[in-house]
Design a protein around this ligand. Structure first.
Ligand SMILES: Nc1ncnc2c1ncn2[C@@H]1O[C@H](COP(=O)(O)OP(=O)(O)OP(=O)(O)O)[C@@H](O)[C@H]1O
Ligand SMILES: [Mg+2]
Length: 490
């Protein structure tokens, strides 16, 4: 068949691979021997059963089929690269390209005498298309909207996070070289490099997803890749209330806090929903304000008109050209911001952040990694100390207490649910200690048999220290929102 996307016939034909049709005969890897189980009856009854991976036997047939498909795909991909005129591809439409790949693949399959059913043919064509134009096996997961995170542990193990739970996906790479090729495609697209001497890298995918890779030998069992998928439609306040991340009362309180320009820190563990919360909180900012955002990887999506976005930059391969979050922050202060939002404070920029909060940029917000509000304060103290500022502890704490008004704790609970487990106000200093009062919290009461957490949100009964401020600014919250919720979970 003649085609403008096919290389001219003069291209030397590659020798046919020796063994494609026989792949189905390949022996499956031996099943691991069952671990000996020596347990006393007493031990058994006290311990809860531990989840184990599915038995290999049950998946044998499917794995054999996938292995065969994998081999065929690899052969096809090589043959396609040899056959396709890559220069002409750039101008082809998606439809043309898909048709072309499917037709060349059809010819190759026929040549090699491989017969596939319709579903397998379609899957093969899609995978070949993804391989040629996109990020290969990752492409399906990137397009799957139910997937939040993609975590690759070497070529044969790809985990995904769905609804807060990690699960093993059926996506694999052919081998480490295949995985490295995809990583290279991603990082070279953003002008970076990753190799033995430069073994880890941050990048952003074309769709905005956050990407981190670490390659061997630092990554011991094959390259490690973590992708935080970019959500086009970020979860808003209403979505989060509907998902049970916090209550309508808490939302009303947070609205008052943001609108009346309290300085807020969202604290939480990895993947607990800090950025999502920060983004949702920003929706309460008035449209007339000038907001500057500073992030490592631009994830925030502010809805206001007047937004200036900055992205810090790591040094290049020669160790030059770094623009740190602190550089951005210092510069931001010269750009007449009404508010500054720092995606995450994790280093010396903490000094400038606190200074900004203390000197007329009220209503600034950031996130930090910490497991509870007290921890968040300790993290701030540590960061100040690490930044090399030699300040007595009391002075440091007094800086923090006058800069930060509110700590919002985001948590990913053990059942995968993400909740705002605490809203805590900083009220000042008592002696050497920063005093705080919790206004709302998530009260856990137990666990269902299928490991779902039972609990509810409640006010603590403490009235906000900022009630008067809220009232003055026109956010007169009813006293009832501070009343504890009594719930019977039986
Ligand atoms: N309340 C929620 N319900 C369901 N999904 C949520 C909720 N909050 C956040 N998510 C999802 O969880 C994932 C992680 O959220 P997010 O990026 O906000 O976490 P993070 O704490 O900023 O993570 P990191 O520490 O990696 O920066 C995202 O895909 C987000 O859409
Ligand atoms: Mg984040």
């Amino acid at each position: 068949m003649f085609s403008k996307y096919k290389k001219p016939a003069s291209a030397p034909a590659k020798p046919a691979p020796a063994k494609v049709a026989n792949i189905a005969d390949a022996k499956p890897a031996a099943a691991p021997a069952a671990a000996p189980q020596i347990q006393t009856a007493a031990q058994q009854s006290l311990r809860r059963p531990v989840a184990v991976a599915a038995q290999p036997n049950a998946m044998d047939k499917e794995r054999k089929r996938k292995e065969r498909m994998g081999e065929i795909k690899l052969e096809m991909h090589r043959a396609l690269l040899d056959n396709l005129n890559l220069a002409a591809l750039e101008h082809a439409t998606e439809k043309e390209l898909r048709a072309e790949i499917s037709s060349i693949a059809g010819e190759l399959l026929e040549e090699k005498g491989i017969v596939l059913n319709r579903d397998d043919r379609q899957t093969l064509n899609k995978e070949l298309y993804d391989e040629v134009t996109g990020l290969g096996p990752l492409e399906t997961l990137l397009q799957d909207d139910t997937v939040n995170d993609i975590l690759v542990n070497g070529p044969h193990q790809v985990f995904v996070e769905r609804s807060g739970k990690l699960e093993l996906s059926d996506v694999t790479f052919k081998d480490e070289r295949h995985l490295l090729r995809i990583i290279d495609k991603i990082v070279s697209a953003v002008g970076r490099r990753v190799d033995e001497s430069n073994p880890y890298v941050d990048a952003r995918l074309a769709d905005g997803s956050r990407f981190n890779a670490m390659v061997p030998p630092v990554a011991v069992d094959g390259s490690l890749v973590s992708i935080r998928k970019f959500k086009k439609d970020k979860l808003g306040i209403d979505d989060l209330v509907n998902f049970g991340a916090f209550t309508e009362e808490m939302a009303a309180y947070l609205q008052a806090a943001v609108a009346t320009r309290l300085n807020i820190i969202v604290s939480g563990g990895t993947g607990s929903g800090k950025t999502t919360t920060l983004n949702a909180l920003s929706s309460f900012i008035d449209n007339s304000e000038r907001i500057l955002t500073i992030e490592d990887t631009a994830e925030l999506q502010l809805q206001q008109v007047h937004v200036g976005r900055m992205e810090s930059r790591p040094p290049n391969v020669e160790g030059k050209g770094e623009v740190s979050p602190r550089d951005c922050l210092k510069n931001a202060l010269r750009m007449r911001p009404d508010r500054i939002i720092v995606g995450e404070t994790r280093g010396e920029e903490v000094i400038d952040m606190l200074q900004a909060m203390n000197t007329g940029h009220d209503g600034s917000m950031t996130t930090i990694h910490a497991n509870n509000p007290r921890d968040a304060i300790s993290r701030l103290e540590n960061m100040i100390a690490m930044a090399g500022v030699d300040m007595p502890l009391k002075a440091m704490r007094s800086q923090i207490s006058s800069a930060v008004n509110l700590l919002v704790q985001a948590s990913r609970l053990q059942d995968g649910s993400r909740r705002m487990t605490s809203i805590t106000e900083i009220t000042g200093m008592e002696g050497d200690v920063i005093s705080m009062q919790e206004i709302f919290k998530y009260q856990r009461v137990g666990l269902t048999p299928d490991n779902k957490i039972i609990g509810h949100f409640t006010a603590t009964g403490v009235r906000s220290n900022f009630s008067e401020r809220f009232r003055m600014w026109g956010y007169d919250l009813p006293a009832s929102i501070y009343e504890p919720t009594v719930m019977d979970h039986r």
